[in-house]
Design a protein around this ligand. Structure first.
Ligand code: HEC
Ligand code: HEC
Length: 460
């Protein structure tokens, strides 16, 4: 399943076109289909840049890439730009991306799909976290081109001067954008001119797959908020969107939520040893199911909140949100969309405790693993001592044997000064918020049991 370069892109387009055709099954579920249209067509934020800026981004690149782009056709240059920033071309119009809304005037606006639609082995999957997204690099290079073209900065260009957007490709500081923006609002989402003091703990997260939504009742890795269409609107909290906008767009977000809730996990299409997988199921039942639940026809998902001391993964995400931040969200307009934190018993999760063991459906596709995206393959999840200190993925390579990203593993970063765009391609587990430690539940298993378990995980 290693798919690279031109052949990879061609193959991806074939698969995406097939997926678009299969999407017609949504005809019966009209609200969900409309939800997808909103995600693709509605700019909920001010635009980030225009086509003229996008088409000049190559001028900021390092050599030899810059010279390659200079000698390339416009179409090829656009393809190179999408690959650099982790964007997927729209099969109907490869000059555009599926993750930005582009209007008639050629203005590009980030959509939810920038973080929530990605590729695995070159296959585009709706709801898969975009583990190639290079938001910070894109924003920096957009800003450099805007200065040259004498264009005004947008909210992202300015925001990134105040907050880091994401220090590693594929992860973003999205939770802290939300916290910072929410501190500028009262409970009814009116803008507060003088926000109280700021103490933000920046950290990056790997977004969770959207196809888990229908299995869960709570939101987020620490599971403190009740599901609903309203909390999904936090992404719209820029100052240009006043409180009335949220009421106005509420119905569209009901449809977006319906689309998210209708998503199914992708099925494994590589080789599978059924006998081995059946042996692995027994290991799973004994060692994993108490937290992650059971799968198949009569499956049960316990949505268990595991204390941080027991799971032992990186705790920065847990500590970065205060009880007051969590309470402010649950008490605000966002927290009142039908489901109720009180009724669902989520209030006692407002004080930091731990992480929810996520469903493992489609887990083969959603590498890297853990909430901070620190572990590149399922084999590494099962072998904590072998997790790399520093790793870098290939653009679309898939490791079928270890089930996850194809990576280069390193003891340290390369020698010498790296340009920021290059440095962000390395995941350094020694940095704050990026630890790959913990979750050592498989340490009691021998190699044969782990091999069987790995085979079973492909079937979920
Ligand atoms: C910049 C990247 C980014 C963008 C853009 C973004 N999200 Fe997310 N989203 C995340 C991250 C990271 C999380 C994980 C937060 C956590 O668990 O603390 C998340 C979590 C979620 C979840 C919760 C899933 C779960 O199982 O807990 C939903 C649903 C969701 N986002 C929907 C949306 C929608 C709808 C939009 C657009 C209106 C959007 N997101 C835009 C990064 C993003
Ligand atoms: C005591 C509860 C518990 C047990 C037992 C447990 N897990 Fe987990 N697991 C968790 C929690 C909590 C997380 C989320 C950790 C994080 O993201 O920081 C998690 C995360 C994972 C992930 C990453 C999910 C993702 O989307 O990134 C995988 C894969 C996983 N577990 C597999 C297993 C397997 C296989 C076993 C059995 C050997 C197992 N777990 C046993 C609690 C548990």
């Amino acid at each position: 399943m290693k798919i690279r370069g031109r052949r990879g892109i061609a193959m991806m387009l074939v698969i995406m076109t097939a997926a678009a055709a299969a999407g017609s099954a949504f005809a019966e579920t009209a609200p969900a289909a409309r939800g997808f249209d909103h995600l693709r067509q509605r700019a909920y934020l001010p635009s980030d840049f225009d086509q003229e800026v996008f088409d000049e981004l190559w001028t900021t690149w390092e050599e030899p890439l810059k010279s390659q782009a200079e000698g390339a056709s416009l179409a090829e240059r656009r393809r190179m730009a999408m690959e650099r920033y982790g964007l997927l071309p729209d099969p109907e119009d490869p000059a555009r991306s599926l993750q930005y809304v582009v209007d008639e005037a050629g203005r590009w606006t980030m959509s939810c799909l920038a973080c929530h639609q990605g590729q695995v082995g070159g296959r585009m999957i709706p709801g898969l976290p975009n583990s190639n997204y290079a938001l910070e690099t894109l924003t920096e290079e957009v800003r450099a081109v805007k200065v040259r073209q004498r264009k005004a900065f947008g909210h992202m260009d300015l925001g990134s001067l105040l907050l880091p957007l994401g220090t590693t490709v594929g992860t973003t500081n999205a939770v802290i954008f939300g916290v910072a923006l929410m501190r500028h609002r009262d409970a009814e989402l009116n803008i507060i001119q003088m926000p109280p003091r700021f103490d933000l703990v920046h950290h990056d997260m790997d977004a969770p797959p959207w196809w888990h939504y229908s299995k869960r009742k709570s939101l987020y890795i620490d599971g403190f908020a009740a599901q609903g269409h309203r909390p999904l609107m936090q992404f719209l909290l820029v100052k240009e969107n006043g409180p009335e906008r949220f009421r106005e767009w509420e119905d569209e977000f009901r449809e977006i939520e319906a689309w998210i809730a209708a998503l199914e996990p992708p099925a494994w299409s590589g080789p599978l040893d059924h006998t081995l997988a059946a042996a692995g199921e027994a290991v799973f039942v004994n060692h994993c199911a108490e937290c992650h639940g059971s799968y198949g026809g009569d499956g049960h998902y316990p949505e268990r909140l595991v204390p941080i001391e027991a799971v032992g993964t990186d705790r920065v995400r847990l500590d970065s949100l205060s009880a007051a931040d969590r309470r402010a969200l649950n008490d605000s307009w966002f927290g009142h969309s039908g489901a109720d934190a009180e009724a669902d018993g989520l209030r006692d999760r407002e004080a930091p405790r731990g992480y929810v063991a996520p469903p493992l459906d489609g887990i083969w596709a959603s590498a890297p693993y853990f909430h901070n995206g620190s572990v590149p393959t399922l084999w590494h999840v099962l072998n904590p001592a072998a997790r790399p200190t520093v790793w870098r993925r290939t653009p679309t390579g898939y490791d079928e044997a270890r089930v996850g990203l194809e990576v280069e593993e390193r003891a340290d970063l390369p020698e010498g000064r790296l340009r920021p765009a290059e440095r962000r391609r390395y995941f350094d587990t020694r940095r704050p918020g990026k630890s790959a430690a913990g979750h050592d539940f498989a340490d009691v298993l021998d190699d044969d049991q782990k091999q069987a378990l790995l085979e079973y995980l492909k079937t979920l």
